[in-house]
Write a protein that binds this ligand. Structure first.
Ligand code: CP
Length: 318
Protein backbone atom coordinates (compact mmCIF):
# COMPACT_ATOMS: atom_id res chain seq x y z
CA UNK A 1 0.00 0.00 0.00
CA UNK A 2 1.50 3.36 -1.04
CA UNK A 3 -1.06 5.78 0.43
CA UNK A 4 -4.37 5.28 2.24
CA UNK A 5 -7.23 7.59 1.36
CA UNK A 6 -10.18 5.25 0.71
CA UNK A 7 -11.35 1.62 0.56
CA UNK A 8 -9.87 1.44 -2.95
CA UNK A 9 -6.36 1.50 -1.45
CA UNK A 10 -6.88 -1.90 0.18
CA UNK A 11 -8.22 -3.53 -3.00
CA UNK A 12 -4.96 -5.32 -3.79
CA UNK A 13 -4.73 -6.71 -0.24
CA UNK A 14 -8.41 -7.57 0.07
CA UNK A 15 -10.80 -6.92 2.94
CA UNK A 16 -10.64 -10.53 4.30
CA UNK A 17 -6.83 -10.19 4.68
CA UNK A 18 -7.18 -6.74 6.25
CA UNK A 19 -9.65 -8.19 8.79
CA UNK A 20 -7.27 -11.09 9.55
CA UNK A 21 -4.47 -8.60 10.17
CA UNK A 22 -6.77 -6.62 12.47
CA UNK A 23 -7.54 -9.76 14.49
CA UNK A 24 -3.80 -10.48 14.83
CA UNK A 25 -3.13 -6.96 16.11
CA UNK A 26 -6.00 -7.20 18.61
CA UNK A 27 -4.56 -10.49 19.92
CA UNK A 28 -0.93 -9.35 19.89
CA UNK A 29 -0.57 -5.56 19.52
CA UNK A 30 3.24 -5.66 19.82
CA UNK A 31 3.81 -8.43 17.25
CA UNK A 32 5.59 -6.06 14.82
CA UNK A 33 7.09 -3.66 17.35
CA UNK A 34 10.32 -3.32 15.33
CA UNK A 35 8.80 -2.89 11.85
CA UNK A 36 8.78 0.91 12.08
CA UNK A 37 12.10 1.32 13.87
CA UNK A 38 13.93 4.48 12.68
CA UNK A 39 10.86 5.57 10.73
CA UNK A 40 8.98 8.80 11.51
CA UNK A 41 5.25 9.42 11.13
CA UNK A 42 4.31 13.09 10.76
CA UNK A 43 0.71 14.04 11.61
CA UNK A 44 -0.76 17.35 10.46
CA UNK A 45 -4.14 18.42 11.86
CA UNK A 46 -6.17 21.23 10.33
CA UNK A 47 -9.03 20.82 12.81
CA UNK A 48 -9.50 19.42 16.33
CA UNK A 49 -9.28 15.71 17.04
CA UNK A 50 -9.23 13.40 20.05
CA UNK A 51 -9.54 9.86 18.66
CA UNK A 52 -7.64 10.21 15.40
CA UNK A 53 -4.76 12.03 17.03
CA UNK A 54 -4.32 9.64 19.97
CA UNK A 55 -5.10 6.36 18.20
CA UNK A 56 -2.75 7.03 15.28
CA UNK A 57 0.10 7.94 17.62
CA UNK A 58 -0.61 4.82 19.68
CA UNK A 59 -0.59 2.65 16.55
CA UNK A 60 2.74 4.14 15.48
CA UNK A 61 4.20 3.43 18.93
CA UNK A 62 3.05 -0.21 18.72
CA UNK A 63 4.99 -0.53 15.44
CA UNK A 64 8.12 1.17 16.80
CA UNK A 65 7.72 4.45 14.88
CA UNK A 66 8.48 7.95 16.12
CA UNK A 67 5.75 10.56 15.65
CA UNK A 68 5.73 14.33 15.13
CA UNK A 69 2.41 16.18 15.42
CA UNK A 70 1.56 19.64 14.09
CA UNK A 71 -1.61 21.73 14.32
CA UNK A 72 -1.73 23.80 11.14
CA UNK A 73 -2.09 27.50 11.83
CA UNK A 74 -1.46 27.06 15.58
CA UNK A 75 2.01 25.55 15.81
CA UNK A 76 2.86 25.74 12.11
CA UNK A 77 2.15 28.41 9.46
CA UNK A 78 -1.25 28.95 7.85
CA UNK A 79 -1.34 27.24 4.45
CA UNK A 80 -2.30 28.59 1.01
CA UNK A 81 -3.93 25.85 -1.10
CA UNK A 82 -4.61 27.70 -4.38
CA UNK A 83 -2.12 27.47 -7.22
CA UNK A 84 -0.69 30.58 -8.83
CA UNK A 85 -2.11 33.16 -6.41
CA UNK A 86 -0.37 36.27 -5.14
CA UNK A 87 0.11 35.37 -1.49
CA UNK A 88 -0.60 38.79 0.01
CA UNK A 89 -3.42 37.56 2.29
CA UNK A 90 -3.37 35.71 5.62
CA UNK A 91 -1.78 32.42 4.47
CA UNK A 92 1.96 32.36 5.12
CA UNK A 93 3.21 29.20 3.40
CA UNK A 94 2.09 27.39 0.24
CA UNK A 95 0.87 23.85 0.81
CA UNK A 96 3.20 22.42 -1.84
CA UNK A 97 6.26 23.84 -0.07
CA UNK A 98 5.08 22.60 3.33
CA UNK A 99 4.33 19.15 1.90
CA UNK A 100 7.74 18.86 0.25
CA UNK A 101 9.53 19.90 3.45
CA UNK A 102 7.52 17.56 5.70
CA UNK A 103 8.30 14.73 3.29
CA UNK A 104 12.01 15.34 3.96
CA UNK A 105 11.53 15.00 7.74
CA UNK A 106 9.04 12.11 7.77
CA UNK A 107 8.79 8.66 6.16
CA UNK A 108 4.97 8.64 6.26
CA UNK A 109 2.54 11.55 6.63
CA UNK A 110 -0.99 11.63 8.07
CA UNK A 111 -3.16 14.58 7.05
CA UNK A 112 -6.41 15.67 8.71
CA UNK A 113 -8.46 18.22 6.81
CA UNK A 114 -12.12 19.18 6.80
CA UNK A 115 -14.76 20.17 4.26
CA UNK A 116 -15.36 23.93 3.91
CA UNK A 117 -19.04 23.15 3.09
CA UNK A 118 -19.47 26.18 0.82
CA UNK A 119 -18.10 24.89 -2.50
CA UNK A 120 -19.01 21.31 -3.42
CA UNK A 121 -16.55 21.10 -6.31
CA UNK A 122 -13.64 22.38 -4.21
CA UNK A 123 -14.35 20.02 -1.31
CA UNK A 124 -14.86 16.99 -3.53
CA UNK A 125 -11.62 17.79 -5.43
CA UNK A 126 -9.74 17.05 -2.16
CA UNK A 127 -7.15 19.75 -2.87
CA UNK A 128 -5.37 19.53 0.50
CA UNK A 129 -4.99 15.76 0.61
CA UNK A 130 -4.02 15.59 -3.06
CA UNK A 131 -1.38 18.32 -2.60
CA UNK A 132 0.36 16.23 0.04
CA UNK A 133 0.17 13.13 -2.16
CA UNK A 134 1.57 15.10 -5.11
CA UNK A 135 4.31 17.07 -3.34
CA UNK A 136 5.49 15.22 -0.20
CA UNK A 137 7.20 12.29 -1.95
CA UNK A 138 6.17 9.90 0.87
CA UNK A 139 3.10 7.72 1.58
CA UNK A 140 0.12 9.74 2.83
CA UNK A 141 -2.62 8.55 5.17
CA UNK A 142 -5.96 10.37 5.29
CA UNK A 143 -6.82 11.13 8.91
CA UNK A 144 -10.16 12.39 7.53
CA UNK A 145 -10.46 14.45 4.39
CA UNK A 146 -13.21 16.65 2.98
CA UNK A 147 -15.13 13.66 1.60
CA UNK A 148 -13.95 10.51 3.42
CA UNK A 149 -12.80 9.21 6.83
CA UNK A 150 -11.22 5.87 5.90
CA UNK A 151 -9.44 5.07 9.20
CA UNK A 152 -12.80 5.53 10.94
CA UNK A 153 -14.58 3.35 8.41
CA UNK A 154 -12.00 0.59 8.72
CA UNK A 155 -12.42 0.70 12.52
CA UNK A 156 -16.19 0.51 11.97
CA UNK A 157 -15.80 -2.53 9.74
CA UNK A 158 -13.47 -4.25 12.24
CA UNK A 159 -16.04 -3.58 15.00
CA UNK A 160 -18.92 -5.07 12.99
CA UNK A 161 -16.72 -8.06 12.07
CA UNK A 162 -15.95 -8.67 15.77
CA UNK A 163 -19.67 -9.19 16.43
CA UNK A 164 -19.75 -12.34 14.28
CA UNK A 165 -23.34 -12.05 13.10
CA UNK A 166 -24.86 -15.41 12.23
CA UNK A 167 -26.49 -14.06 9.07
CA UNK A 168 -25.28 -11.36 6.70
CA UNK A 169 -26.12 -8.35 8.89
CA UNK A 170 -28.49 -5.58 7.93
CA UNK A 171 -26.55 -2.36 8.58
CA UNK A 172 -28.48 0.92 8.66
CA UNK A 173 -26.78 4.29 8.33
CA UNK A 174 -29.24 6.82 9.68
CA UNK A 175 -28.97 10.60 9.48
CA UNK A 176 -29.60 12.28 12.84
CA UNK A 177 -30.07 15.96 13.74
CA UNK A 178 -27.27 18.32 14.76
CA UNK A 179 -27.22 22.08 15.44
CA UNK A 180 -24.13 22.71 13.24
CA UNK A 181 -23.43 21.91 9.60
CA UNK A 182 -21.16 18.85 9.44
CA UNK A 183 -19.32 17.29 6.50
CA UNK A 184 -20.50 14.22 4.61
CA UNK A 185 -17.12 12.50 5.00
CA UNK A 186 -17.97 9.92 7.67
CA UNK A 187 -21.24 8.96 5.98
CA UNK A 188 -19.71 8.76 2.47
CA UNK A 189 -16.83 6.68 3.70
CA UNK A 190 -18.92 4.34 5.86
CA UNK A 191 -21.21 3.68 2.89
CA UNK A 192 -18.28 3.01 0.59
CA UNK A 193 -16.64 0.54 2.98
CA UNK A 194 -19.88 -1.27 3.82
CA UNK A 195 -20.60 -1.73 0.11
CA UNK A 196 -17.28 -3.60 -0.16
CA UNK A 197 -18.05 -5.73 2.92
CA UNK A 198 -20.25 -8.74 3.59
CA UNK A 199 -23.27 -6.73 4.80
CA UNK A 200 -26.57 -5.38 3.46
CA UNK A 201 -26.54 -1.57 3.68
CA UNK A 202 -29.56 0.72 4.04
CA UNK A 203 -29.12 4.51 4.18
CA UNK A 204 -31.92 6.67 5.53
CA UNK A 205 -32.04 10.48 5.66
CA UNK A 206 -34.50 13.35 5.18
CA UNK A 207 -35.06 14.67 1.66
CA UNK A 208 -32.26 17.00 0.55
CA UNK A 209 -29.65 14.94 2.39
CA UNK A 210 -29.13 12.17 -0.20
CA UNK A 211 -25.41 11.37 -0.40
CA UNK A 212 -23.45 11.39 -3.65
CA UNK A 213 -24.29 8.16 -5.57
CA UNK A 214 -20.56 7.67 -6.19
CA UNK A 215 -20.42 6.52 -2.55
CA UNK A 216 -23.83 4.89 -2.15
CA UNK A 217 -24.61 3.02 -5.39
CA UNK A 218 -25.74 -0.48 -4.40
CA UNK A 219 -27.24 0.52 -1.03
CA UNK A 220 -30.97 0.70 -0.30
CA UNK A 221 -31.66 4.44 0.09
CA UNK A 222 -34.86 5.69 1.74
CA UNK A 223 -36.38 8.65 3.60
CA UNK A 224 -38.47 6.56 6.05
CA UNK A 225 -36.45 5.98 9.21
CA UNK A 226 -38.86 3.54 10.91
CA UNK A 227 -39.00 1.36 7.80
CA UNK A 228 -35.20 1.41 7.50
CA UNK A 229 -34.62 0.48 11.13
CA UNK A 230 -36.97 -2.50 11.02
CA UNK A 231 -34.94 -5.72 11.56
CA UNK A 232 -31.60 -3.87 11.54
CA UNK A 233 -28.65 -5.66 13.15
CA UNK A 234 -26.48 -2.53 13.29
CA UNK A 235 -27.64 1.09 13.53
CA UNK A 236 -24.98 3.66 12.67
CA UNK A 237 -26.08 7.22 13.41
CA UNK A 238 -24.39 10.27 11.94
CA UNK A 239 -25.31 13.79 11.03
CA UNK A 240 -24.25 15.31 7.75
CA UNK A 241 -25.25 18.56 6.11
CA UNK A 242 -27.42 18.77 3.01
CA UNK A 243 -26.15 18.00 -0.43
CA UNK A 244 -28.65 20.42 -2.06
CA UNK A 245 -27.99 23.19 -1.31
CA UNK A 246 -24.52 22.01 -0.37
CA UNK A 247 -23.62 22.40 3.32
CA UNK A 248 -27.06 23.64 4.43
CA UNK A 249 -29.07 22.60 7.48
CA UNK A 250 -32.56 21.88 6.15
CA UNK A 251 -33.97 20.37 9.34
CA UNK A 252 -33.10 19.58 12.94
CA UNK A 253 -36.24 17.46 13.42
CA UNK A 254 -35.74 15.77 16.83
CA UNK A 255 -37.86 12.79 15.77
CA UNK A 256 -34.73 11.50 13.93
CA UNK A 257 -32.84 11.12 17.25
CA UNK A 258 -32.06 7.45 17.93
CA UNK A 259 -34.10 6.53 21.01
CA UNK A 260 -34.89 3.27 22.79
CA UNK A 261 -38.27 3.32 21.04
CA UNK A 262 -36.52 3.48 17.65
CA UNK A 263 -34.14 0.65 18.56
CA UNK A 264 -37.17 -1.48 19.51
CA UNK A 265 -37.91 -1.71 15.77
CA UNK A 266 -34.58 -3.44 15.15
CA UNK A 267 -33.25 -6.95 15.59
CA UNK A 268 -31.73 -5.99 18.98
CA UNK A 269 -29.30 -3.87 16.95
CA UNK A 270 -25.89 -2.70 18.08
CA UNK A 271 -25.66 1.09 18.11
CA UNK A 272 -22.64 2.77 16.51
CA UNK A 273 -21.38 6.35 16.17
CA UNK A 274 -17.89 7.60 15.33
CA UNK A 275 -17.84 10.11 18.24
CA UNK A 276 -17.79 12.86 19.34
CA UNK A 277 -21.56 12.69 19.71
CA UNK A 278 -24.14 15.20 20.93
CA UNK A 279 -26.09 13.27 23.56
CA UNK A 280 -29.88 13.55 23.36
CA UNK A 281 -29.61 15.26 19.97
CA UNK A 282 -28.15 12.48 17.80
CA UNK A 283 -28.84 9.65 20.26
CA UNK A 284 -30.61 9.37 23.59
CA UNK A 285 -28.64 8.62 26.77
CA UNK A 286 -30.78 5.51 27.23
CA UNK A 287 -29.29 4.08 24.02
CA UNK A 288 -25.72 5.35 24.35
CA UNK A 289 -25.42 4.05 27.92
CA UNK A 290 -27.10 0.71 27.16
CA UNK A 291 -25.41 -2.62 26.42
CA UNK A 292 -26.53 -2.21 22.79
CA UNK A 293 -24.08 0.67 22.33
CA UNK A 294 -20.66 -0.38 21.01
CA UNK A 295 -19.25 3.11 20.48
CA UNK A 296 -16.35 2.64 22.92
CA UNK A 297 -15.29 -0.62 21.27
CA UNK A 298 -15.55 1.22 17.95
CA UNK A 299 -13.29 4.03 19.21
CA UNK A 300 -10.82 1.48 20.64
CA UNK A 301 -10.61 -0.11 17.20
CA UNK A 302 -9.25 3.17 15.81
CA UNK A 303 -5.87 2.01 17.12
CA UNK A 304 -6.28 -1.31 15.29
CA UNK A 305 -7.28 0.29 12.00
CA UNK A 306 -4.34 2.72 12.12
CA UNK A 307 -1.99 -0.13 12.98
CA UNK A 308 -3.20 -2.24 10.05
CA UNK A 309 -2.73 0.68 7.64
CA UNK A 310 0.72 1.62 8.96
CA UNK A 311 1.76 -2.04 8.91
CA UNK A 312 0.88 -2.40 5.21
CA UNK A 313 2.56 0.88 4.28
CA UNK A 314 5.74 -0.04 6.21
CA UNK A 315 5.78 -3.50 4.60
CA UNK A 316 5.55 -1.92 1.15
CA UNK A 317 8.55 0.31 1.97
CA UNK A 318 10.84 -2.63 2.82
N1 CP B 1 -14.09 9.96 15.12
C1 CP B 1 -13.09 10.88 15.04
O1 CP B 1 -12.44 11.07 14.01
O2 CP B 1 -12.84 11.51 16.23
P1 CP B 1 -11.88 12.77 16.37
O3 CP B 1 -12.50 13.89 15.59
O4 CP B 1 -11.85 13.05 17.85
O5 CP B 1 -10.53 12.41 15.84
Amino acid sequence: MRSFTSVHDVASIGIPTILEQATQFVENPWSFEHLGKRKTLGLLFMNPSLRTRMSTQKAATLLGMDTMVLNAGADSWTLETRDGVVMDGTATEHIKDAAAVMGKYCDVLGIRTFAGLTDYEADYAEVVLQSFIDHSGVPVISLESATRHPLQSLADLITIHQHSFIRRPKVVLTWAPHPRALPQAVANSFAEWMLHADVDLTIVNPEGYDLDPRFTAGAVCTHDQDEALTDADVVYAKNWSATTPYGAILTTDPSWCVTKQKLALTNNARFMHCLPVRRNVIVADEVLDSPQSIVIQQAANRVVSAQVVLYNILRSMQ
